[in-house]
Design a protein. Structure first.
Length: 518
């Protein structure tokens, strides 16, 4: 496929306002795509490079290069050059990257140059999100949209499904089933301002401790145990005590969802950063396990001995979990009955008391879960609602301002954004509060590495770094595009374990504050 075709479709999708038009454009593109091009086309449509960050600054990209008169680059040509760019290192690497960028831009037409600039800087925002692309793929191949959506959920992404469908047809969708050894993205929770608000949404539900550890998905097939992170990275070899514990469970083949935490001598949980240090790529595993032993705590089961449990109501899945996992390794919970004839005040009091006790134990909050809900892998399900003692959001850093005074030479005031449905970001406010000197130094280096422009006051960056922000509420504002701004926002921590696609949405932010006053 010519790269110019992909660039034009990206532009057309960005210009289309109707979802149906976006789907039709993508369907036509998929019909014409060679299956071998799919691993490039899919991430490019989403504005991502398969190679990740290339180390190419915006100044190099901004240098004027005469455009080619006619399109001749294929998507494979572009991918090969991107790979070459990503492999450049060592002495003279800056000059070599500049040469390769010049070669690539010189072979591209003006339209292709614009698309290339957007890809490298992370500024491609044409609304070709996974949901729209999934519908386009279904339309292109004649597959049932529901079947394609489920296959994408089980595959952990669109790429493998698209390649399989285009190469082998709709019958091949049967291959995408929940399988031990192939992880799926975890189900996520919405936020609520309090336990009462969450109960109003869910009614009868389980109230579980929310642990601040490493989210893991554990797969066992006989003696073989694999541990995956929320981003589907395999960290099995870094957590030997977890694999040993899971081998003692009674089942032979299963998939569990949970957290890995560490407890101090006082029985209280250690900080997330301490636990995250256990899975670093350069960690001495034996020494780390001795210095900071960890334990798994499970709260869901997705598969048991040949049976896919994703569509089973949560109450049924928990029964299966109780048969597999010893109580000390299951998350603490209470069930709140909001049904007809129940003592609603007493039940809500029990839920509030459990929340208070959970906080007293040092955990970060609770998650309320509807008992009838299926497991929605890779999605923020309406039946899971998290409650923390303060409002927190996972937002994306859009830009940062150069500091003054003792912060001179450091990027300080952060511009914070939430995701819109079309994949762009709406700024919700700024903050420099909560930043230690060490964090200022770290974020300056990190943000400069992803800079796309610097006007001497504000450095605009690729929207990829997620930061957890605590705030006291929202207030209406005409200054910001979402119509609201954060009150008393402060940095809690950076979430390098999360991608920008996992950040909170504008919709979720507004939904968490239904009674917002003008």
């Amino acid at each position: 496929m010519l790269f110019a075709r992909l660039a034009q479709v990206s532009q057309d999708v960005a210009a289309a306002s109707a979802r149906s038009r976006k789907i039709a454009l993508l369907a036509e593109l998929f019909r014409d795509a060679d299956p071998d091009d799919v691993p490039i086309v899919i991430p490019y449509l989403a504005g991502r490079l398969p190679q990740g960050r290339l180390g190419v600054g915006w100044r190099v990209l901004s240098e004027r290069v005469e455009a080619a008169p006619e399109p001749r680059l294929s998507v494979q040509d572009v991918d090969a050059l991107m790979t070459e760019l990503g492999d450049v290192s060592g002495a003279g690497s800056q000059a070599e990257r500049k040469r390769l960028v010049g070669e690539l831009m010189g072979a591209a037409t003006e339209g292709e140059q614009r698309f290339l600039f957007g890809l490298v800087t992370g500024e491609v925002r044409q609304g070709a999100l996974d949901a729209v692309a999934t519908e386009g793929l279904a339309q292109a191949t004649g597959a049932a949209p529901a079947d394609v959506r489920r296959a994408v959920m089980l595959a952990g992404g669109l790429q493998d499904v698209a390649q399989t469908l285009l190469a082998r047809g709709t019958e091949a969708l049967d291959e995408f089933r929940l399988t031990v050894g192939r992880p799926v993205l975890p189900m996520l929770a919405y936020s609520a301002g309090g336990v009462g608000e969450a109960l109003d949404k869910l009614g009868t539900c389980a109230v579980e401790e929310k642990l601040d550890g490493i989210r893991v998905q554990v797969h066992r097939d006989g003696d073989a145990v694999h541990i995956y992170t929320r981003t589907l990275d395999d960290i099995t070899d870094r957590l030997p005590e977890v694999t040993d514990a899971v081998r003692e469970f009674p089942g032979e083949r299963f998939i569990l969802d949970g957290e890995v935490i560490a407890l101090g001598a006082d029985g209280r949980p250690r900080a997330f950063q301490d636990v995250a240090g256990r899975v670093g790529s350069r960690v001495d595993v034996a020494r780390a396990a001795k210095a900071l032993p960890v334990s798994p705590v499970f709260f869901d089961v997705l598969y048991v001995d040949g049976r896919d449990l994703l569509d089973l109501p949560f109450a049924g899945r928990h029964e299966q979990l109780a048969r597999l996992v010893p109580e000390p390794m299951r998350v603490r919970r209470v069930v709140v009955d909001e049904g007809e004839g129940a003592d609603s005040a007493g039940q809500r009091g029990a839920a509030e008391a459990f929340f208070a006790d959970t906080l007293a134990r040092g955990h970060e909050g609770v998650v309320l879960k509807g008992l009838e809900a299926p497991y929605s892998a890779g999605r923020r399900g309406a039946s899971w609602v998290k409650v923390k003692p303060v409002h927190t959001l996972d937002l994306v850093v859009l830009a940062a301002e150069w500091g003054h005074g003792r912060r001179t030479g450091k990027l300080s005031n952060l511009h914070l954004g939430a995701r819109r449905p079309d994949g762009t970001y709406a700024m919700l406010g700024k903050t420099f509060k909560g930043l230690t000197d060490a964090l200022l130094t770290w974020q300056t280096e990190r943000l400069l590495a992803s800079a796309v422009s610097d006007d001497g006051h504000v450095v605009t960056v690729r929207p990829e770094l997620v930061v957890e922000i605590a705030y006291d509420g929202l207030q209406r504002s005409t200054r910001y595009p979402a119509g609201v701004t954060l009150r008393f926002a402060r940095v809690v921590r950076y979430r390098e374990d999360k991608s920008a696609e996992e950040a909170d949405t504008v919709e979720a932010v507004l939904a968490a504050h239904p009674s917002l006053d003008a």
